[in-house]
Design a protein around this ligand. Structure first.
Ligand code: SF4
Ligand code: SF4
Ligand code: FES
Length: 244
């Protein structure tokens, strides 16, 4: 006879900052329950002092990423059934790796976004508002390369999954390098020489060991590994014909 699914979920949640410990909660099982549903239940019903971050609940804002049973994931789009292999498994929820913990499940993303800036992961065009909007042919190779990485929403899952970030805290990381690659392929952008220089130093694309944890785990199915390989192929030079 099959055992019935337990009506309570055993959940270990990280409490504290970089130093801390896991705290056990029992949470009612529900149909189609996500990991974020579990965290919200704990904070609203069991311990109002639990800190965490989320906004959209539909996989758009990227703010709800946490480490779930040892792996970085979007919690709002991760069903409990996906991470529990057996009905009586324990769910372990911790903050993202490689970023300082503010409190409990909330990390400080400052380093992550500073690296986007350091990789010149922002657009700098030359047209003014008075000029017509630039037309970029969607069929060109550059536009297709940019499109492949453009849907990144900065959730940090790839960054928390990257071993090189752990070994070298200066490494720009998969998200910043992916962003740089989309802009390298943006024919309207004007700072290509400076961007290529920024991503080609010791903390840049050459440090990636291409094992692909970032690509395997990105919930948006982006392939930072391929973007970084594209930067490596440029070998420190801006793409031909790039405006400066
Ligand atoms: S492929 Fe490169 S960027 Fe991606 S996880 Fe591995 S080392 Fe990090
Ligand atoms: S590349 Fe993917 S995993 Fe990395 S920050 Fe962007 S959306 Fe998140
Ligand atoms: S809450 Fe916005 S992506 Fe999860």
């Amino acid at each position: 006879m099959q055992s019935a699914t337990p009506t309570q979920l055993k959940v270990n949640v990280w409490r504290g900052a970089d130093e801390g410990e896991f705290q056990r909660f029992d949470v009612p099982r529900m149909e189609s329950q996500t990991v974020l549903d579990v965290v919200i239940h704990i904070q609203r019903r069991l311990d109002a002092t639990l800190s965490y971050r989320f906004a959209c609940r539909v996989g758009m804002c990227g703010s709800c990423a946490m480490t779930v049973n040892g792996r970085a994931r979007w919690t709002c789009r991760t069903h409990v059934t996906k991470v529990l292999h057996h009905a009586d498994d324990v769910l372990e929820i911790a903050p993202l790796n490689h970023l300082p913990v503010v409190k409990d499940l909330a990390v400080d993303m400052t380093d992550f976004f500073d690296k986007w800036r350091d990789a010149k992961g922002y657009f700098a065009g030359r047209r003014t508002r008075a000029e017509p909007v630039a037309r970029v042919d969607p069929a060109t190779a550059a536009r297709k390369a940019a499109d492949a990485g453009i849907e990144c929403i900065g959730c940090g899952v790839c960054y928390a999954s990257c071993d090189v970030v752990a070994w070298n805290p200066d490494y720009l990381g998969p998200a910043a390098l992916n962003r740089a690659w989309t802009l390298v392929n943006d024919v309207r952008d004007t700072q290509q020489q400076a961007r290529i220089a920024a991503v080609s130093n010791d903390a840049g694309c050459q440090s990636c060991h291409t094992l692909g944890s970032c690509t395997e785990r990105c919930p948006k199915s982006i392939a930072p590994t391929a973007s970084i390989a594209g930067l490596k192929r440029l070998n420190g030079k801006a793409p031909q014909g790039a405006p400066e």
